[in-house]
Design a protein around this ligand. Structure first.
Ligand SMILES: *Cc1c(COP(=O)(O)O)cnc(C)c1O
Length: 450
């Protein structure tokens, strides 16, 4: 085969030492995902395209369940819908035995549509509309109260419906991680959480069955979970001993990190992020050591999101052009930007070429195609020379990108699931202009004359 032409360039040599871009990386082209060729995926579904590996999702889920099941007798996972609520994805988790954790009426209805039993839906979040609360009560869902306004509103609704819903409160607390996440739920240290508990139990209009916290996201500290767990255990013990209201479950929320690399970290995420086993150890040792009687151990609920799906997602895209910036650096423009890759604001995503290349690499800045200055995918990455039309694979994009993507100057691409047998399924079609314009209408006096 004829070798590809590569333009000549000058490069400063740094032999053996780590420079500000990290240690030298050995690039390998990534031509296949779960045995399916990258080229065949973009040929069939277009470029860019999101790709998810069902095999990896199931593997992550089963491994996380094992981390907890081998340490604690009663464990239940609930899939965090906002992390990725494409129905096919949610159904993989539900098939595996996961409940649903939703934070809005929109997500609540999605979970119902996915066939999740009402009593297996956890309803979180600061905004629950009255109609959604009523539906959640009728369905016997677990309502996690976020603030006093909501508590009083629920009491009103309970009276009107003459129902006694099962509720929990969300608790925020100092876990040694700053800034504190104290905007959601009731504070532990200043007594607000206990005050809310007293009101719920005292009025007797609702059954207080759980205590919930979600202390942050991409948490690197396992001890923060031990502190959070002991604070929830403390409230649970007081509920039992002082109010004769035993707590059925403790929900420790989500927040375990994926193996992505945070911007500004010196070492890659795979080397620095604690494994789920370590979080499981911190949480379960705390509950088991707290002094509950064996038959009164609360069920442990986890709402893990990003750690279960990030590394199962890929974004495939193409090079549009290379440019030289005024300081001499190479800039490469890709056909996807922060519109599709919201997480590039805080991760240094690993990006691989999808075809063979020579061993020369160059510091490159990766831009997206948006007409705005913030559209930067990587400020600095060492990459082989790429040519227009070459394909790239962005790794670990399964969490939050397919829910936080924005529709700006262009439509969103297809999402494809590779199942465990290697078959591909388009689980969300590429959007079209027609689809985007369905909700629009132009008043008669503004319509153009045909
Ligand atoms: C977002 C969220 C989660 C999932 O968080 P991850 O960091 O993705 O694990 C879980 N619970 C609640 C209440 C959330 O808001």
């Amino acid at each position: 085969m004829k070798l590809r032409y590569e333009r000549p360039y000058l490069k400063k040599m740094n032999v053996g030492v780590m420079n500000k871009f990290g240690s030298r990386s050995d690039f390998q082209p990534v031509k296949f995902i779960d045995g399916v060729s990258v080229k065949s995926l973009t040929d069939k579904y277009g470029s860019p395209v999101f790709v998810l590996s069902e095999r990896q999702i199931r593997k992550n889920y089963q491994s996380a369940v094992r981390s907890f099941n081998t340490r604690y007798p009663k464990v239940q996972f609930a899939w965090s819908y906002k992390t990725n609520y494409i129905n096919a994805v949610c159904n993989v988790f539900h098939q595996e035995g996961s409940w649903a954790e939703v934070v809005s009426g929109f997500e609540y209805h999605k979970a119902i549509g996915n066939g999740v039993a009402g009593n297996h839906i956890i309803f979180n979040g600061p905004e629950k509309k009255e109609a959604d609360l009523k539906l959640a009560i009728e369905n016997d869902s677990l309502i996690h109260i976020d603030h006093f306004e909501e508590l009083y509103k629920l009491i009103d609704i309970c009276e009107a419906l003459n129902k006694k819903p099962r509720v929990a409160i969300r608790v925020n607390m100092d876990t040694g991680i700053y800034p504190l996440w104290d905007r959601f739920g009731f504070n532990y240290e200043n007594g607000q959480a206990w005050n809310a508990i007293l009101k719920i139990v005292g009025l007797g209009k609702m059954q207080l069955v759980g205590l919930h916290c979600h202390i942050g996201t991409f948490m690197l500290s396992t001890s923060a979970y031990a502190i959070a767990t002991s604070k929830l255990c403390d409230l649970a013990m007081k509920c039992k001993n002082q109010l004769q209201n035993p707590i059925e479950y403790l929900d420790l929320g989500g927040g375990f990190p994926s193996t992505n690399t945070l911007k500004g970290s010196y070492l890659p995420g795979v080397d620095t992020v604690p494994p789920i086993d370590d979080f499981a150890e911190a949480i379960t040792t705390t509950i088991l050591g707290y002094g509950f009687q064996q038959n009164e151990l609360p069920m442990l609920i986890l709402e893990t999101g990003r750690a279960l799906i990030d590394d199962a997602g890929y974004l495939l895209g193409s090079v549009i052009a290379n440019k030289q910036l005024s300081d001499g650096r190479r800039a490469t423009i890709l056909n996807f930007g922060v519109n599709l890759l919201f997480t590039s604001f805080w991760y240094d995503h690993h990006i691989s070429p999808a075809q063979d290349f020579t061993h020369y690499t160059e510091e490159t800045i990766l831009y997206g195609p948006m007409c705005m200055n913030i559209d930067v995918i990587r400020e600095s990455i060492n990459l082989p020379l790429l040519s227009p039309g070459d394909l790239v694979v962005v790794h670990k994009v399964g969490a939050y990108n397919m829910t936080q993507w924005m529709q700006f100057i262009s439509t969103r691409p297809a999402v494809v699931l590779i199942d465990e047998t290697g078959q591909t399924h388009e689980i969300r079609q590429a959007e079209t202009l027609k689809y985007m314009e369905i909700p629009e209408s132009v008043p008669v006096h503004l319509q153009h004359k045909k």
